[in-house]
Each structure stands twice: as C-alpha cells, then as structure tokens.
Design a protein around this ligand. Structure first.
Ligand code: DON
Length: 586
C-alpha cells in the first residue's frame, strides 16, 4: 500500500494522481484537472421505463451504510454510532450479511474491498477464493469432452473461502474496534434469530430446488417449506462458528472444528477442499488501481478481479470523446457498447490471478492505449467482436456494500458465493453455505461460463490460483480529491457495465444518485456479440438505430448496485430499485 500525505484543495489532486496513477499519462503534476463537460442535461427517462426520474435517496449527515440487507445495514449503522469507523462498520456488515442474507452474504465465499482513508491512504484487499491443492485443469470436463455442471452445483464447485480471513485482515490493519465488538451484531442475529420477512422467505423459496439437495434443507426448508413469515430464524451452528472466530480469530475458522467439519462434508460428498487447504488460505493486500475520468479520481479493485481494470479501460475510451452525446441516444449507447466490447475482449483474453500470470495492466489502464482503441471505433457502425483482437500483449505466461464515516473514511466491498446460495453445499454443524466460484475459472478455455463469459487460457484452473472475478467495488473522487461516490454491485460481468453507467450518469449527465442508479442500462461483454438493453429502457427508435449500425440487440438484465454519494452537508445512500436493501445512516 502506498502511503500518502493528506490531500487538501484542488492543487493536491494532480499530485495524488502523479503519485499513484497506474495510467501514467493521467494529469501531469501541477496542472489543473479538466472541467466536467456538463454539456448535456438529462431531460427524462423513456416513458416505458419502470422508474421515474427525480427519486430521492436517503440522507444522513455523519455516516452512511448501503447494503442489500436491512439488518446488515442496521448492524453497520450501530457500529458507526458507537464510534466505529467505516472499516469497523464494513466488517460488521460483512459478518451480519453472512447471517441475515445467506443467498450472497457469506463466510463460505470471498470478496474484495477498496478503502480510501480520511488521510488519503488507499488500500485494496483481495480475499477471493483459491482453487484447492488437488484441483486440476480439466476437473470439470466430462467423458464427452464437454463441461459438466459440477463447477456450479455440489461439493466440487467450491474454492477455498476467503471471507473470514479477509474481514479479519481488514479489521486488524485498518479497524479500531475489537473482533467481539464488530461481530456482536452477527452473533446476536444468528443466536437469537431474526424475524423472517418476505425477502428472506422468497429467496429461500425460489432457491428451494438447490437447497433441498444438501444439508441446509432441514433448517431452511423444514417440512419442505420455507420458514413462515414473522417467525424467528435461528442459526445455532452458525452462531457457534462466529463465536469461535470472535474468540480465536482466523484460526477459529481455518483450523479446528470448523475446518474439520468442512473436510468431513467434502469427503462425504466427493469434494476436494481439505482442512489443509483451509490452513493454507491467505488474503492478499494489493495496490489499488488509481485512474481518472474527466477530472475525477477513480480508486478501483485490481486483479484477481477484472472489475477495476475493465471499468477503467472503458471509461478511458469514453473520455476520448471530449463531449458526451445526448443521454440515451443511439450515439451514446453505441459508444458505450463499443467501449465495453473492447475492454471485455482484453479482460476475457488477458486477465487472471496476478500471482500466477503476468498481466499487461499498465497498458490496459493507459490513456494512450484507450486512444488506440478509439481509432478502431466507427461512430456510425458496430464492430463485430470476432474482428477485435486484444491489442495488449505481454508474455503468454502471462452483495456489494458501502460505508462512509464522519471522519471521511470510505470502504467499498463486494462479496459473493457466486450463484445464490453458492454450490448449495452447507456445512453441517458449522452452519454455512459454500461458494461455487470454481465456475469463474475458464473451466474449458473458450467455452462460456454461467454468465456467458468466454475466457482464455490465462484463467485456466491451477491449484492455489484465484479465479478471475468481475466484482468492482469502486470509489470516485471529486476533482478536489474528496470522496464523491462509492459504487459496486452484483451480477457477474453486468457489475462492471452497471458501475460504469452509474459513474457516467453522475459525472457526464449530472444525475442525482437515485437517477444515476435507477436509469435504464445496456450491457455488452464482447461475447456473446449482443448489445443487451433493459426492457422499456431504450425507445424502439433507438433500438432500431442500433440495429441499423450492425448490432444484434435484445432485452436483457443488468447488475444491481449499492452506492453512496456525497451531498451538500452529508451523504446520500441507495440500493438499486431493481433489488432490495437499505441505505441508512445517522
Ligand atoms: O466474481 C464474479 O465475477 C462472480 N462470481 C460474481 C457473481 C455475482 O455477481 C452473482 N450475482 N448475482
């Protein structure tokens, strides 16, 4: 991690970039950042779009927490009110999500956190899962030569979980409270239970087919039915595991009875994660990616997530147009899609775990490279993905939540089990679901994974390696270097495209936070070579214009975001209207 002087005033911002910039040609030191273009104002969303513009986001003066789960947000706010920092509160939210939001919150998965401390220091923690020691390159290829579903469902689908090591590393290095203090809300929610609401019940009901195949069935689906609304959902096994962690630290999870319970369940179900894999897990502190977009700073997650570099490459390409096209126009969407397409071609081909593969990160993040890519974009025509090759080259070996506090510390975190409820496997006694992150490897390079991502050789399975992610917790700074926005989300590759559009909506189109997140989005990930748009979000005349440029278009999904943005006297927080959650502060 790079230590920085406290950043104050306009003049300090170029210096900050000069110290940290991955894109070495950002702003020369001493030169004022360019003004926001601000040449286009949002008039309205399309009439058919689900959400109306002008929505309001909750406001809080001192500190704010936004997550996909109300109980987890409340846990974070309690920690802030008790004098904890954004780091302390983030760790509390992470553990609370593991109890009250088991579809994605977890201790059996992994994640990423990006920090910007009040004194200007930045940090990035990679606590992504790793492939177990006995994993093999072709472990998910069936006798017919095709990928099986074992990378998605069941015991073999799990990587070695990183969440517990990650949350504790965050607390130890940058937090101020004790493990017991930050874990107390989660332990209480598990031990005393929480009241079953419609969101939790529906989630269990919709995923019943997966859950019933494994050991969580008795607790989550007693008598084959999800817990009744208004009843209390107690998780005694999980409470015990959390208490062990609070007592013993990482060893309470990665050694002793919890690791043994995983080992036993894995052997019983034909999985390959062992107690020795647990003992060997370590999170990795990484140097955050630092870049800029139209005079604003960006602090983003480096590999093993592709999230930061892919969003930086996309924004760098968009920045080569000095003025933005009218919001929602065919030209604006074409440029956006073309930028995504090129950034994803590079992502899919070159990115992977930096501890195993040399990555062309400087090139991918550079403004000069973006200008080269821009030359390949015809403003009137789509480019077929098959005609695009990654230009970047080096040797061949080669549920989001956000918290800010009253001191100005900011933490953006994304964590996941991959699919909802991960592999479905639940560890009896220890009480948690295991991830199915092995599917984020290129289980057969060149063949699409569950998100349709076609990834290359660099992301093939190797023991100990982290599978490439698209998670993109991101912090945006204003031109003076103060935290402006924290944003991240869920949705696999759709995280990256959703985060980019929220940032562009704020910086280029001056939207409020609610509008920036609620606005309809598009998605393009190079392969499949299709421009997807949210139904009702793009008028048919614009869809026709895009088709006329040569795009295959179809309605499709997007990521769902959580975000916090500075407002005049405090903070606004938001969960995506497409999903559930709570933003609250004090
Ligand atoms: O790391 C990744 O890119 C995926 N495992 C993220 C999965 C995800 O966002 C699922 N969300 N609904």
């Amino acid at each position: 991690m790079v230590r920085l002087p406290r950043v104050r005033g306009t003049a300090a911002w170029p210096a900050l970039v000069a110290v940290l910039a991955m894109s070495l040609d950002a702003f020369p030191a001493g030169q004022a950042p360019p003004p926001r273009p601000g040449n286009v104002e949002l008039t309205t969303f399309p009439a058919e779009w689900t959400y109306r513009p002008g929505g309001q986001a909750p406001f809080a003066e001192h500190g704010m927490v936004a997550s996909n789960c109300a109980l987890a947000t409340e846990a974070g706010v309690d920690i802030l009110k008790a004098g904890g920092t954004a780091v302390d509160a983030s760790v509390a939210v992470g553990f609370a999500l593991a109890v009250a939001y088991p579809e994605a919150g977890n201790i059996g998965g992994g994640g990423y956190a990006v920090l910007r401390m009040a004194d200007g220091r930045t940090a990035a923690l990679d606590y992504r899962e790793t492939a177990p020691a006995s994993a093999t390159r072709d472990m998910f290829i069936g006798a017919d030569g095709k990928p099986t579903d074992a990378s998605l469902v069941g015991h073999r689908a799990s990587g070695v979980p990183g969440s517990v090591a990650g949350l504790l590393a965050l607390l130890e290095k940058h937090g101020t409270l004790t493990r017991r203090q930050v874990m107390a809300p989660a332990i209480r929610l598990a031990r005393e239970g929480f009241v079953v609401d419609g969101i939790f019940r529906t989630s269990v009901e919709q995923n019943a087919a997966l859950i019933t195949r494994f050991a969580a069935s008795a607790l989550f689906l007693p008598g084959g039915r999800p817990p009744e609304l208004g009843t209390r959902f107690v998780q005694a096994g999980l409470a015990g595991t959390l208490e062990r962690i609070a007592e013993a630290g990482a060893g309470g999870f990665y050694a002793g009875p919890v690791a043994a319970a995983v080992d036993t369940e894995m052997k019983r179900g034909g999985g390959v994660v062992t107690a020795a894999d647990f003992a060997g897990y370590k999170p990795a502190w990484r140097t955050p990616l630092v870049s800029s977009y139209r005079g604003h700073g960006l602090i983003a997650m480096p590999p093993s997530s592709s999230g930061g570099i892919t969003l930086i490459e996309t924004l760098n390409i968009l920045e080569t147009w000095p003025a933005t096209a009218p919001w929602g126009s065919a030209t604006a969407l074409h440029r956006m899609a073309s930028a995504f397409q090129r950034a994803f071609v590079d992502r899919n081909e070159t990115l992977a775990d930096p501890d195993f593969v040399t990555l062309p990160l400087e090139q991918l993040a550079s403004k000069a490279y973006a200008r080269e890519l821009r030359k390949t974009i015809d403003d009137a025509r789509a480019s077929p993905t098959k005609a695009l090759r990654p230009l970047a080259r080096e040797s061949r070996e080669t549920t989001n939540y956000a918290v800010v506090d009253r001191w100005g510390n900011a933490v953006a975190t994304t964590t996941t089990l991959n699919s909802l409820y991960g592999s479905g496997v639940w560890v009896p006694g220890a009480g948690f679901f295991l991830n199915n992150e092995m599917d984020d490897f290129a289980v057969q390079p060149g063949t699409p994974n569950q998100f349709g991502l076609v990834q290359g050789e660099s992301n093939a399975i190797t023991p100990g390696k982290r599978m490439l992610s698209a998670m993109a917790p991101t912090i945006v700074l204003d031109p003076k270097g103060s935290v402006l926005m924290l944003v991240g989300g869920r949705g696999g590759p759709r995280i990256i495209t959703a985060v980019v559009q929220a940032i562009v909506n704020v910086i280029d189109y001056r939207m409020s936070l609610a509008d920036a997140v609620g606005a309809p989005r598009i998605h393009h990930q190079a392969l499949p070579d299709v421009l997807e748009y949210e139904k009702g979000g793009v008028p048919s005349a614009v869809v026709d214009a895009l088709a006329g440029m040569g795009y295959a278009t179809k309605p499709g999904g997007t990521g769902s975001l959580t975000a916090i943005m500075r407002s005049q006297k405090g903070w606004q927080g938001l969960f995506d209207p497409r999903k559930h959650g709570l933003a609250a502060g004090y």
